[in-house]
Design a protein around this ligand. Structure first.
Ligand code: ZN
Length: 314
């Protein structure tokens, strides 16, 4: 299996958000990638500048960050050609690796725009190196800039950041420094192509938690009424763990609950409501091993929210 470490640069509407094409808010203008074999040795690289079709001028921010001009982009390949070449170059057996989860989303959104989504069927499993860095060297929750990771590991910084190929190389260097067992047991799933039917739903058991990705619903309310979404089963023994704190929302997107398994103790449930491009809702639910201290914290959180909401009503 090969690791395909890739990085994209994109442009956005130069005339402001109101004038953007809602089907393509971010137009990819550069693809850079490095191929690593199973022993993490670099065996190839891929680089393409993309001829923009939607936004013919660079947004101020894009110009500030990227050392790129329209003239050289216009000499680039068309996206639909470049992406085909890219996927061909990737080969048959590979895992994508990116710094953060944005690149894979925008890659698929751009492919969808050109009707090429079939070339990359989803949901796509990948390694989020930004997340792996945090698990390996920090608290697992922090999300750092690529340059921070390079500095942290005292890796050589010989080239400027924000070039797709350079950033892909930097990301690969960091990936190489992360213990392979950490990498393997912490893959991510990109759900830009989310499950549509019950059969396509995803359930993955990690070390200390289980992740469930649901099919689509019309609304949040409808999703929460679903028995499986509301359930707080213990993922270790399969028994129904009794809820000590029922699902409550902390904001428009996130819900928590606390349950108690007689054998395995406290379990913390979290639901994230996700919206598709078409306005449908799907749910990412995690049930994690927890403890009494966290249960107390969650209870406190709920009480504070209750008070706040009550005060607002008065
Ligand atoms: Zn249990």
């Amino acid at each position: 299996m090969n690791y395909i470490v890739f990085d994209l640069e994109w442009n956005q509407c130069p005339y402001g958000k109101e004038k953007e094409n809602p089907r393509l808010p971010f137009e990819i203008i550069e693809i850079g990638a490095v191929k690593l074999n199973e022993n993490m040795q670099v065996t190839g690289e891929f680089h393409k500048l993309i001829h923009p079709m939607v936004y013919k001028r660079l947004h101020r921010k894009t110009r500030e960050i990227l050392d790129i001009d329209m003239k050289s982009l216009k000499e680039g390949a068309f996206f639909y050609q470049a992406v085909r070449e890219f996927l061909q170059w990737c080969g048959e057996d590979y895992m994508f690796c990116t710094w953060g989860n944005m690149d894979l989303i925008e890659l698929q959104r751009n492919m969808k725009y050109y009707g090429l989504q079939e070339l990359l069927p989803g949901p796509v499993r990948f390694y989020d190196v930004q997340k792996l860095f945090s698990i390996a060297f920090e608290d697992g929750k922090s999300r750092r800039a690529l340059e921070y990771g390079i500095d942290y590991l005292h890796l050589e910084k010989s080239e400027d950041f924000h070039h797709a190929l350079t950033d892909a190389h930097y990301t690969a260097k960091i990936l190489k420094r992360i213990d392979s067992s950490v990498v393997r047991s912490n893959f991510s799933i990109d759900c830009y192509q989310n499950p549509k039917t019950k059969e396509e739903e995803i359930r993955i058991v990690y070390d200390r938690y289980v992740k469930y990705i649901s099919r689509e619903f019309k609304s949040k309310e409808e999703a929460l009424k679903d028995r499986e979404i509301a359930a707080s089963q213990c993922f270790l023994c399969g028994k129904n763990a009794r809820k000590k704190i029922r699902w409550f929302s902390i904001n428009a997107k996130n819900y928590y609950c606390m349950a108690l398994c007689p054998r395995h103790g406290y379990l913390k449930g979290k639901i994230r409501m996700k919206k598709t491009d078409e306005g449908k809702i799907y749910v990412i639910k995690t049930i994690k091993l927890s403890d009494e201290a966290e249960a107390a914290l969650i209870r406190e959180k709920r009480e504070i929210l209750k008070k706040k909401r009550k005060n607002r009503k008065v």
